[in-house]
Design a protein around this ligand. Structure first.
Ligand code: SF4
Length: 343
């Protein structure tokens, strides 16, 4: 079901915008659709025809994103494997401190060489309803006060739906606009569209290297924007919304952890309204990429930090259970295939 169909159905049953608003808010908060307010019970508010249709609408909305399995980690995060109505799987991750990471596509076309999701290519886009349904689902378990678009998929490749989801979450969903984080490898359309939005999200840019050629090799199908230009575009948006850009840097031993790269980061980010998030790669056995040693990571953080670039180390959430985005889905698909083969 699309958001538009959901609203149209309510309108056809006689619902007015205020009724639709209340039902949408209840859904996005993970509450029953007929939830009333303290001063106004649902029976005194919603038209009868609407009330009678709510159980059926509710079960359709539930079908948009169902919990298939939950994988808690020791860091307080939990990966949720979410099944969509057509049985495709995506991941949401409950993050510590009331955060939620959502997926925007099934698979991804960017093909980052260190990412499991990238290996499957793009399977399909998520609708706006499927994106916000992940928030409604997570809120049945826990409060969600921050939503980051860092799960499966490249939000810039599903821009209209992601922006509509951000708008809904920032209004009816009750999430502050800077607590909505649009995460992208960088795309000119993002820098055009974000400043025009009513709800202007925070922005995370996946930089990974300051060397344009290496970036092309690591992120083969990302738009060709030079790292310098990407940072300039990011800086303009940061000043527009008066909020820093978060740069993401998956740290790969021997690839982008050199002294030259660190000096490149200083050259690009010093004096900028920016935070550098280093995410040491979580290597699996026999992996072609490796995580730098702990000493090297500490050295890098000290180096950047002491020279004026605010730097944080972020471990990929739920590290002890899985390596990176899309791995759960890969594993679930593998299981399904095995089951199919057996049948
Ligand atoms: S890291 Fe993100 S952009 Fe790159 S392939 Fe994976 S999901 Fe896509």
């Amino acid at each position: 079901m699309h958001i538009h169909d959901f609203h149209q159905r309510l309108t056809d049953l006689g619902a007015k915008p205020m009724h639709i608003g209340r039902i949408t808010r209840a859904w996005l908060r993970g509450m029953p659709l007929d939830t009333g307010t303290r001063n106004q019970k649902t029976e005194n508010f919603l038209p009868l025809a609407v009330r009678n249709a709510l159980p059926e609408i509710s079960s359709e909305l539930d079908g948009l994103a169902r919990l298939s399995s939950e994988h808690p980690a020791t860091d307080g995060s939990a990966r949720l494997l979410v099944e969509l109505a057509d049985k495709q799987m995506v991941e949401s991750v409950l993050l510590p401190r009331d955060g939620l990471c959502v997926s925007s596509q099934v698979g991804c076309a960017v093909g980052c060489v260190f990412c499991m999701t990238g290996k499957s290519g793009l399977l399909r886009q998520l609708s706006t309803a499927e994106i916000v349904a992940q928030v409604a689902l997570a809120r049945r378990f826990r409060a969600v006060k921050k939503v980051v678009f860092m799960g499966m998929g490249e939000p810039a490749h599903n821009l209209d739906n992601v922006l509509e989801a951000i708008n809904l979450l920032g209004t009816e969903g009750g999430i502050g606009q800077r607590n909505l984080v649009f995460s992208t490898v960088g795309d000119p359309r993002v820098f055009e569209r974000l400043p025009q939005q009513q709800v202007k999200p925070a922005l995370a840019l996946s930089l990974h290297t300051t060397d344009a050629e290496l970036r092309q090799a690591l992120l083969p199908r990302a738009p060709r924007i030079d790292p310098e230009e990407l940072v300039e575009l990011g800086e303009t948006y940061a000043r527009q919304i008066d909020y820093p850009i978060q740069y993401q840097w998956t740290l790969l031993k021997g690839i982008n952890d050199s002294q030259e790269e660190m000096d490149g980061i200083l050259r690009l980010l010093k004096g900028k309204y920016a935070i550098m998030n280093l995410i040491p790669y979580n290597s699996l056995e026999a992996d072609e990429f490796q995580r730098p040693d702990g000493d090297r990571i500490v050295q890098i953080v000290r180096y950047l930090h002491s020279r004026g670039v605010l730097t944080k180390v972020r471990n990929s959430a739920g590290q002890d259970i899985d390596g990176g985005c899309g791995q759960l889905r890969a594993r679930a698909t593998e299981l399904l295939d095995r089951r199919k083969n057996r049948a």
